[in-house]
Ligand binder design. Sequence first.
Ligand code: HH2
Length: 282
Amino acid sequence: MTDHAMLEPPRHWAGLALDRPLVMGILNATPDSFSDGGRYPDAAAAIEAGLAMVAAGADIVDVGGESTRPGAAPVTESEEIDRVVPVIAGLASRGVVVSVDTRNAATMAESLDAGARIVNDVSGLAHDPHAAHVVAARRACVVLMHMRGDPPTMTTLADYDDVVAEVAGELAGRRDAAVTAGISPEAIALDPGIGFAKEGAQNVALLRGLGAITALGHPVLIGLSRKRFIGTITGESVPARRDPGSVAASLVAAINGAAILRVHDVRGMAQALAVWRALASS
Ligand code: HH2
């Protein structure tokens, strides 16, 4: 880790300049995501929603077809492909930078062929043995997220002596595996996986200790939007009402070095970042 601590922060990722934090809008083409499942009746409605996110300030639209909340119903790869590929094709053909939120190699391949530029894998390319090859062969960018186990088992695996050091070490291991599989280091972003095999205080420790992850030399993505720990802090039990707290926590993550913020409330996040940058530079 000492070597990586000396790396310069990356300046570009996925063709986007990293001179300011990027906003990634969440577009769940799922019937059962924890806060916004079942919102779009068809691909056309989801494409409209993605374009509205770009108009509101999204730099990237993250399209997902499988909910990763604990207890979510599993989907087959072909169902997942049917959900995401028409949406990705529609957005990419209009010039939108699209990421696909999937753990499955076949979905990655079809999505990249439909115009997605980024694979966002909550398993850090560990779930599907073919995934790293698909990303490497297509020279795609990838977000490697930290998780332990899988969504059904992860809540039992939040056992850490030093959550910041262990998550940084395990992420470095996923990064090394990706590079060994032929993925360029410049294509890789890292994500500590807020809420995935982490309990409330562990999420807070990771956001405070983000420097240990940015020191690995890759752009860091933070996805905390509407998650349970925001509910614990604010007392808000309805996920869709947690946007103000989510924007505040994401802004703190940006101040602590996060390069990409994955949020539902794109307009609120873009405004918060614009105000912070204007005040910080005056
Ligand atoms: N969180 C979720 C899904 N994908 N990807 C990254 N890189 N980081 C995250 O923190 C992350 C993620 C879970 O949130 P959401 O997509 O809103 O819900 P669901 O999994 O129920 O679709």
